[in-house]
Design a protein around this ligand. Structure first.
Ligand SMILES: Nc1ncnc2c1ncn2[C@@H]1O[C@H](COP(=O)(O)OP(=O)(O)O)[C@@H](O)[C@H]1O
Ligand SMILES: [Mg+2]
Length: 328
């Protein structure tokens, strides 16, 4: 049988360049060389592609049959690189252009979750140009603590937990350094539960896991620096809570137009046991010890098999789309 040529794209022009290299390393090591010809492609910090770039022209002969982009953050999980693969007419792993873009914008994501009647934490979306009027009208009426976040970022960059009104202007300023749009959210006292989702039209949910952050919240240092945050797999939850978490994760995946894979992050409010959807990650960390693959491993899909499933899903989605009429 002819081997499938898989381009594993790694690195990229975001702060998560190094994280991406680590995920890609795990993927490259685990891929079955009997089935796949593996072609690593690295995007530098400056955006240069090595050893070659993928042409947007679908009539050129591509050096790969399918792409596994493992590039986090801006230009990697926001729909831009996915747009290139669409132009090139190449199958690729993970969410498409729309799902990727939605997952990157916390405000649009929440609006769609709300439209699907899924539970989200109360929030306000503020554009940079509206900061002053927002502060004037809302400063003293908001429910503290608040989380103030750039709308389009990840890895907790630019996020401040704000305990009192006098801290809010500074927190808004910080977030505004990273984005034109800022999300201000009621802080919940919650456990952080994560569920992995896999599939296209008929997605399935893994057993839930839990993050125990090493710091006041799961900030950048708790994620990447101090190494003391703990992942519990599976999360200690009642059967009913497991079911609810899985249903919410699948419903969020569908409402947010995802395909292939995503990790859905939930809050479980401590005082009342209520779940909220916090966010979706369309390109979750993918080292063999990252939450997304660990949850599948605990659900009966080991890492190499997970990679096979994702590549198959990419090819299936591409062939379904190819059957659509493009002329009339
Ligand atoms: N509304 C909130 N209530 C409590 N904790 C929050 C809230 N929003 C964010 N956090 C904390 O901040 C972390 C990062 O926020 P999140 O919205 O997931 O952004 P990112 O996309 O950067 O991961 C969460 O994992 C959680 O620890
Ligand atoms: Mg998060």
């Amino acid at each position: 049988m002819k081997k499938i040529r898989v381009g594993v794209i790694r690195g990229g022009r975001s702060g998560e360049h190094e994280v991406s290299l680590r995920s890609a390393e795990s993927i490259l090591n685990a891929m079955d060389r009997e089935k796949y010809d593996v072609v690593p492609i690295t995007i530098s910090h400056e955006g240069r592609w090595e050893p070659f770039t993928i042409s947007a022209d679908p009539s050129t002969t591509h050096a790969v049959d399918v792409v596994f982009p493992i590039v986090h953050g801006t230009y990697g999980e926001d729909g831009t690189i996915q747009g290139l693969f669409e132009l090139a007419n190449l199958p690729y792993v993970g969410a498409g252009v729309l799902g990727s873009a939605i997952g990157m914008d916390k405000d649009v994501m929440k609006r769609l979750l709300r439209a699907a009647s899924l539970p989200i934490v109360e929030y306000w979306s503020v554009r940079k140009s509206e900061l002053d009027s927002f502060l004037q009208s809302q400063l003293n009426s908001l429910p503290y603590p608040l989380f103030v976040k750039p709308a389009n970022l990840g890895s907790s960059v630019g996020i401040t937990k704000t305990h009192a009104p006098e801290e809010l202007p500074g927190a808004l300023q910080t977030a505004a350094e990273y984005d034109q749009k800022i999300v201000v959210e009621r802080g919940v006292d919650a456990r952080e539960i994560e569920v992995s989702v896999l599939g296209n039209d008929d997605p399935i949910a893994s057993v839930p896991g839990e993050i125990i952050p090493s710091r006041e919240f799961y900030d950048y240092d708790a994620k990447y620096v101090d190494d003391n945050s703990r992942l519990l797999v599976p999360a200690p939850l009642s059967d009913a809570a497991v079911q609810e978490a899985q249903q919410l994760a699948v419903a969020a995946f569908k409402a947010l137009e995802c395909s292939g894979m995503a990790r859905v992050d939930l809050f479980l409010e401590r005082p009342n046991g209520k779940f909220y959807v916090n966010e979706i990650n369309t390109l979750p960390g993918f080292t063999s010890i990252s939450m997304y693959p660990k949850l599948w491993d605990a659900s009966g899909i080991p890492y190499p098999q997970l990679i096979d499933r994702l590549i198959t899903l990419a090819i299936e989605r591409h062939s379904e789309k190819s059957k659509l009429r493009t002329r009339y």
